[in-house]
Design a protein around this ligand. Sequence first.
Ligand code: SF4
Ligand code: SF4
Length: 365
Amino acid sequence: MQSGLLSTYNSSARSRGAIGWIISALLFAFYLIIYFTGIFDPIAKSLGLGGKWDMYGVLYTIAIVGGGSYFLKIHGNSRYQRIRTLSLMFVQVIFAFSIPLVMQMFESKGFIFSLFWPLKLDYLSPAYILDYPILIIVYAFIGSLILVPIMTFLFGKRWYCSWVCGCGGLAETAGDPFRHLSNKRSKAWRFEQFSINFILLLAIATTALIIINWGLHHESSQGEWVTDHATFDLIASKIQGVYQFFVVALLSGVLGVGLYPLMGSRVWCRFFCPLAGLMGLIQKFGRFRITVKDDMCISCGNCSTYCEMGIDVRMYAQNNQSFKRASCVGCGMCAHICPRGVLRLENKWDFAPIQNDSNVDILDL
Ligand code: SF4
Ligand code: SF4
């Protein structure tokens, strides 16, 4: 079932050929239209949907279910790949799509239970979250501030990035044919370290600003929500708007998906996702690591090629070094694809440092 690397690199769609560029251009156009125009609204309404974002939800879910089925056809012989892919499909269909839709039908705001702060800044924004029932407010706070850090410490960021998240879900299913296109160069790794930490800091600062600004508001005698600090309110609203535009619309949507056929399927997760940045910091001190069996590697390079996060796994395997990497999403493809069974994804109570990030090679493809 597996086509192998030769046919992968002969495929124009999967090797940055003309078809790959055309797919990328179409994805860019789609995201620009859906984010910045209302062209899809009448189409969505003619299909009986509430608006363009409902239509997007339908398409997104179809892409994950369809892509996931295809992925299972190829890699479903691995129990790990089978379970995590089914988990991604299940979470998307039930938690990210059906439950919010049903909530909207009962005239309440939809809530996506599979998202957490800082991927969704609104979940710690008082003006947004206090509109929900108390149980949802508690869920958003406990989920973001307690559940995510504990789960990441125990199991690595894979529990979220490769089992739950919608962005990761699309990357692992419909985006799987492009995973080998991730940039393996040390330049990309240096940019990744800067960009992901920068966006994380931006997300924290923006959230703090939103909360402070909310705290400076009060109810007037006419029952309106007003502030005596108009300039601060204006600056906070502008910064929130800029974050929504650059990070949410451009980086996660337009670039994040539009670049699939050119730079692999995890551009957003690797370079920009603030939640991935936060979980990566915790992962460095947590239990999850990839262990390497001594003197088994034949240096074929399959593991590095298939690593969607651009990690040079082969280098670690050649040096008999087990490792922790902040960016590893625990997809397990390096271990699955290795012809010698050299690699293993493990959670261990061992606090000794294993390996640092300073030794990244350029991969020869
Ligand atoms: S190192 Fe392995 S498990 Fe981690 S992201 Fe790369 S392929 Fe996936
Ligand atoms: S896939 Fe396995 S054998 Fe090949 S380079 Fe990676 S660890 Fe070594």
